[in-house]
Ligand binder design. Structure first.
Ligand SMILES: Cc1cc2nc3c(=O)[nH]c(=O)nc-3n(C[C@H](O)[C@H](O)[C@H](O)COP(=O)(O)OP(=O)(O)OC[C@H]3O[C@@H](n4cnc5c(N)ncnc54)[C@H](O)[C@@H]3O)c2cc1C
Length: 374
């Protein structure tokens, strides 16, 4: 029977980063996924690297550090091709929308985040295809933001980890565990048991169901979202744009990637009967109002991705309560946070070095709430 130092279960953006960081630190790593790496939520994500709506301050700082961790990772991999920096632009409706944006920009700038107002003429020079409504004299520019080609990065991470000796197994669901006392001794798969000194669960939206077999409480809800990919636009778009009712960015294959929070809700309420291409059409219509290059594009793909959403909205990272050698990472904003979380958890598992930055995000906070309530 094979024996590993660390078994990482789930190879989305979070697990793939953890695999890379643990293998790079010298551990003998098994990387295992029920399907194909990157085909879970990480394959259907807007993948905006940012910390512009992350509250409170500790969560904002975690996300800002996540962006820096991506920059470090690209250098470490010697490959900048998965990361598309260049910042993001945002504007709001007149009235309450603009007041909220002004307050947010002021707060972010105070926290040291790259957030500023620029004249619409400068924004138009950066993105000539954008059409700003008349009331918009200034646009917000978040200069440090970017977007991630996540499927490509996941491949790069796993290839890099393999060079450090990691073994990758796909289409191999972990069914259960063999445990003794507070230790998990082996993973149970269809192909037999696999021994590992430590396990790390990175199962994304499947986390809650998965750890239920360990009688552990790691509350992660599933929040679906719709994204539409279009045919190539008539003119270039170079960065992430948030306008009222629509967000858009370039897609890795040359089209546009479109989303909108209220259309997510339409897709959810229509359930299985939702006509996703039709909903994608609504997104194209809205994109065409703010970006001339979107006029005449076609929806080539419309897909629902399922966000892993911790019960309080914030990252869950650390030992699974009740176990000495089992760990979990589950988070929304996993694109922004994956590189950082992978690195921090690798240090915790490998060197027993608890991260102060992760202190507010431990799984125990849910157990505490439950016992207080009860
Ligand atoms: C529409 C949408 C927009 C988003 N926009 C952004 C954004 O702009 N910025 C941002 O930072 N984040 C964004 N997110 C969130 C981000 O995409 C997720 O947080 C991230 O993809 C989660 O990655 P993960 O690795 O945890 O999960 P996943 O990518 O789902 O990976 C989990 C893996 O675990 C595997 N697995 C599950 N059960 C088992 C088992 N029993 N055995 C073995 N393997 C198993 C699955 O096969 C899967 O491959 C968005 C998400 C959605 C849906």
């Amino acid at each position: 029977m094979s024996h590993y130092d660390v078994a990482v279960i789930g190879l989305g953006i979070v697990g793939a980063n953890a695999v890379y960081a643990t293998a790079r630190a010298g551990a003998r790593v098994l990387a295992i996924d029920a399907g194909v790496p990157g085909a879970g939520t990480s394959g259907t994500s807007f993948a905006w690297l940012n910390s512009v709506r992350k509250e409170p301050e500790a969560y904002h700082r975690l996300n800002a550090a996540g962006m820096q961790a991506h920059r470090d990772l690209a250098k470490d991999l010697g490959d900048e091709s998965c990361h598309h920096w260049g910042g993001s632009l945002e504007w709001a409706d007149a009235g309450e929308g603009e007041r909220e944006l002004r307050a947010r920009v002021e707060r972010l700038a105070r926290w040291g985040y790259a957030a500023e107002w620029i004249p619409r003429e400068r924004a138009a020079a950066m993105e000539p295809g954008l059409d700003f409504p008349g009331h918009v004299r200034e646009v917000t520019f978040f200069a440090a933001d970017g977007w991630l080609d996540a499927p490509r990065l996941i491949q790069r991470l796993l290839t890099g980890a393999t060079k450090h000796g990691a073994e990758v197994r796909e289409r191999a669901p972990v069914r259960s565990f063999r445990s003794r006392g507070d230790r998990i001794e082996a993973l149970v798969t269809d192909g037999g048991e696999i021994d590992a000194e430590s396990i790390l669960v990175c199962a994304g939206p499947a986390t809650q169901a998965f750890v239920a077999s360990l009688r552990a409480v790691v509350p992660v809800d599933q929040v679906p979202g719709l994204l539409a990919v279009t045919s190539p636009p008539g003119s270039r778009l170079d960065r992430v744009v948030h306008a009222p009712g629509i967000h858009l960015r370039p897609d890795a294959d040359g089209g546009l990637l479109l989303g909108a929070d209220d259309v997510d809700k339409l897709a959810v309420s229509a359930g299985a009967s939702a006509n996703l291409t039709e909903l994608g059409g609504i997104l194209v219509e809205r994109a065409a109002r703010v970006f001339s290059g979107a006029r005449g594009v076609k929806v080539v793909d419309a897909r629902v991705g399922v966000r892993p959403m911790p019960a309080d909205g914030h990252t869950i990272a650390g030992r699974i309560p009740g176990y000495a050698n089992a760990w979990v990472l589950a988070t929304h904003s996993g694109m922004t946070l994956g590189a950082l979380l992978g690195r921090l958890i690798a240090a915790e598992i490998g060197r027993g070095a608890p991260s102060a930055m992760l202190a507010p995000f431990r799984p125990e906070r849910f157990a505490t709430t439950a016992s207080k309530g009860g």
